[in-house]
Design a protein around this ligand. Structure first.
Ligand code: NAP
Ligand code: 12T
Length: 354
């Protein structure tokens, strides 16, 4: 059996630590691993299957002899280093937004569109965390009844913004309980001009704003969903709109999803059945027993949890549901490692000659 040399780029981060544990548990036959990060972390000791691995500074030559790269060190790092990795023969699964809209790069949610994997040219993109859990929940419904429109509002956990933003929110919460003013230097997004506290607050800004008033996170949800479901990022086959909000939750994004279906015959009971049967989805929907998905119970799990399914009483063929998933696992590391498993299974861990 072929064994693979695997590099984890961004191994010291919030997503990186989960990439390590997901790879440890995966079916991928690993020959050796390399853990890569910035110069700041070079020399730091981490573990893989009880073996000590020393973190190295990521440079183009870090990828010599590497078969597979799992990447999560930010878009700028991916843009710079992944083409170098591909040049050296490595296939890369990238968690950042750097290549998602590139026509040569498949954007994959396993179980939904893995048939697109075979067209890769060395880089495969993992969608945004909010897109993954929404598409996972809607895909079986789309397959049976056809999606006409999606209107989504997200309630996104702070861990999605990285370890330093997560630490900042915890410090703000502690400061407030001590009767002090917390500091805000990162959130809503490090690259923008102003910063606001998230603890005991809500921030309707994730990533920077576009000229049309949408945040880039909202833009990503719209166009990534179309690329995954219709293989066309600008498809008009279904209308999609989004409002993305950061909430003071540590792990687990919540999404209130309103959707309408082309086939108006779908019922709530049938939708529940489709969700319950779909691999990777867990139905938690019993109002009488107060059963519904929550971030605290979804954290640490790979599945996508779906509940509060109900019809729009004033609009036939339209429904609402509430979807929660661990943004660092389902929304990032588990999705990435499942893509890598699929690549191994289909013998696609090789860079095609272009
Ligand atoms: P994080 O906790 O801030 O970790 C960032 C990681 O990137 C660390 O390992 C860091 O290494 C490394 N890094 C930073 N600058 C680097 C450089 N110049 N060269 C090499 N490595 C560098 O962030 P995170 O939450 O894990 O997220 C990382 C990235 O993943 C995000 O920027 C985003 O693009 C993507 N992401 C995607 C999703 C998704 O929706 N699929 C979800 C979350 C994140 P040091 O320890 O040396 O600083
Ligand atoms: N801004 O991978 O801040 O496109 O929660 C993921 C998470 C971008 C991404 C966040 C972001 C991505 C966030």
């Amino acid at each position: 059996m072929k064994r693979y040399v695997v590099a984890i780029l961004g191994a010291t981060g919030a997503v990186g630590s989960r990439l390590i544990s997901e790879l440890e548990q995966s079916k991928i036959p690993v020959a050796t691993v390399r853990f890569l990060a910035s110069k700041r972390s070079a020399g730091k000791k981490l573990h893989f299957k009880n073996r000590e691995i020393i973190v190295e500074e990521a440079t183009p030559d870090s990828f010599s002899g590497v078969d597979l790269v799992l990447s999560s060190a930010g878009g700028a790092v991916s843009k710079k280093l992944l083409p170098e990795a591909v040049k050296r023969g490595a296939v890369c699964v990238d968690n950042t937004s750097a290549f998602r809209m590139d026509d040569q790069v498949p954007l994959i949610v396993p179980g939904v569109n893995d048939d697109q994997l075979a067209c890769h040219h060395g880089i495969i993109a993992n969608p945004n965390c909010s897109t993954i859990q929404m598409v996972a929940a809607l895909a079986p419904l789309h397959q049976r009844w056809g999606l006409e429109q999606i209107i989504v509002s997200t309630y996104q956990a702070v861990s999605g913004a990285g370890q330093s933003a997560w630490n900042e929110m915890l410090q703000q919460a502690q400061a407030r309980l001590n009767g002090e003013e917390g500091k805000a230097n990162i959130l809503p997004t490090a690259s923008d001009k102003k910063h606001y506290p998230l603890a005991f607050n809500l921030l309707p800004q994730i990533d920077v704003f576009e000229d049309d008033g949408y945040s880039h996170e909202e833009w990503k949800m719209i166009h990534e969903t179309k690329k995954i479901l219709f293989n066309d990022q600008d498809s008009s086959r279904a209308k999609v709109t989004a409002t993305c909000v950061r909430v003071p939750v540590e792990i687990g994004h919540g999404e209130s999803i309103y959707f309408s279906l082309e086939d108006k015959s779908a019922t709530v009971a049938e939708i529940r059945k489709e969700i319950a049967q779909a691999p990777g989805l867990v139905l938690q929907d019993n109002p009488q027993e107060q059963l519904y998905p929550q971030p605290l119970s979804a954290a640490g799990k790979k599945e996508t949890f779906v509940g509060r399914i109900r019809e729009d009483l004033e609009n036939a063929g339209a429904f609402q549901m509430w979807v929660v998933a661990d943004n660092l696992l389902r929304g990032a590391a588990s999705n990435t490692v499942e893509i890598a498993e699929e690549l191994v299974k289909k013998d696609l861990v090789k860079v095609p000659n272009n």
